[in-house]
Write a protein that binds this ligand. Structure first.
Ligand SMILES: [Zn+2]
Length: 416
């Protein structure tokens, strides 16, 4: 991965326009996956600016500071797709949808960029379709062990050439939750086009700005996510690189995502994609004033959450966190929640984060059993995007305290 164009950005990542307008400043934050160990807890911790800014020309929302991807996605990156039930369901559905839509057969090749442990590709392989993953982290080794051929590499010319040589052109190239993560957009588009057959289709899933906006999911903003997509800037992006966005649909994954389909050459936009763009305009996603008002609501939500937790603390209550997804670290960091307010946060058994400390806020991450044994008066749902599912599970397991939802409106969930 070339270490170019890192650091502070003054121009739009897609169209190059400037100056970029600040929408929401989240302070300096550490890398969300840089969990501390008992030893590194005693070492300095590096933080980077985290600002959501807007392009004056194409309207793209993006970060204005790019951290070296080798630091953001280190080889030991702890995340495994196969540990998240919701993602497993979504990927099964995506594989089946693509197999049907494009009548994929055994001779066809599906390449997944940022394939992690191969969870998505398993859905294709189960139907006998040829698959190949490209994945920079050690998750690639898990994938290979599970029989999903995977090149352990960033998406670069060398990896693409290797893939083309050994496997030929791909009928489908997928990129789920990575299309907004790669800095060099022209190089990314060159590589995708090189992987694709002339009749191939590129399918990507990214968190959708309309969901981030309506559900106030500012916690999806962290250094992994360089761009926050609505459809209009994407239409321009594909056109600049000789492709067309042909279709788009909203999906529930990752707190609300947009699945887009793109092909070589010039093609018209589907009517459902046109409807989505009209809805985006209706929401005000392309109006700076509306976005500034949204930022104001987030600042108020932060104050309300802090006030609510302080009230609980003053009553002498114990508060524990539930979940430690990457995004929670933006929430904890921006809201300045630390171990004075939250005793610890819990992950379900098997999570590689157990025994570590959250970056920035330094909360101990412990196994879920501790919450059930301690029965703290309040449990703050840090994985609030899957809040209802989590609360149901914890109730069934015997947690008797009250739940607090941090967003979109901080509130105590009355006992059920
Ligand atoms: Zn732009």
């Amino acid at each position: 991965m070339p270490a170019k164009n890192l650091g502070y950005q003054t121009r739009c990542q897609i169209c190059g326009a400037r100056p970029l307008e600040t929408i929401l400043a989240l302070g300096h934050q550490p890398i969300v996956q840089e969990y501390l160990t008992r030893a590194t807890r005693h070492q300095p911790e590096v933080t980077y600016p985290l600002n959501l800014v807007r392009c004056p020309k194409c309207g793209l929302l993006q970060l204005d500071y790019i951290v070296d991807p080798r630091l953001v996605f280190p080889k030991h990156y702890p995340y495994r797709t196969g540990l998240t039930n919701m993602l497993i369901r979504n990927f099964r559905e995506l594989a089946n949808c693509l197999i049907k839509k494009y009548r994929l057969r055994a001779k066809d090749l599906v390449v997944d960029i940022g394939s992690n442990d191969g969870t998505l590709l398993q859905g294709f392989r189960a139907k006998g379709i040829r698959v190949l993953g490209i994945e920079p982290t050690d998750a690639a080794q898990d994938a290979n062990q599970n029989g999903i051929p995977t090149i352990q590499s960033y998406l670069n010319a060398a990896a693409v050439n290797r893939a083309r040589k050994k496997y030929g052109p791909a009928r489908v190239v997928t990129a789920t939750n990575v299309f907004a993560h790669i800095l060099d957009v022209p190089e990314l588009m060159r590589n995708i086009k090189k992987l694709l057959a002339p009749n191939g289709v590129f399918v990507s899933e990214s968190q959708y700005l309309a969901d981030i906006f309506t559900k106030r999911e500012f916690d999806t903003i962290y250094h992994e996510h360089l761009r926050f997509y609505a459809l209009k800037p994407l239409v321009k992006l594909f056109r600049r690189h000789g492709m067309s966005l042909v279709d788009a649909e909203r999906i529930a994954a990752a707190g609300g995502s947009i699945r887009v389909f793109a092909a070589w050459g010039r093609h018209p936009l589907s009517s459902r994609a046109k409807k989505l763009i009209a809805a985006e305009e209706q929401l005000g996603l392309y109006r700076a004033k509306t976005l500034q008002e949204w930022a104001g609501q987030i600042k108020r939500a932060k104050q309300e959450l802090l006030a609510l937790l302080l009230r609980c603390k003053q009553e002498g209550a114990r508060i524990a966190g539930v979940g430690s997804p990457a995004r929670a670290n933006t929430l904890l960091g921006y809201t300045h929640l630390d171990s004075d307010l939250l005793d610890y946060t819990v992950e379900k058994a098997g999570s590689p984060k157990i025994g570590l400390f959250t970056p920035g806020s330094h909360l101990p991450v412990v196994a879920e059993e501790k919450l059930l044994a301690d029965q703290p008066e309040y449990a703050l749902i840090l994985s609030w995007h899957i809040g209802p599912e989590l609360m149901k599970i914890l109730r069934a397991k015997g947690y008797r305290g009250q739940f607090i939802m941090p967003l979109p409106q901080p509130r105590i969930i009355t006992k059920r």
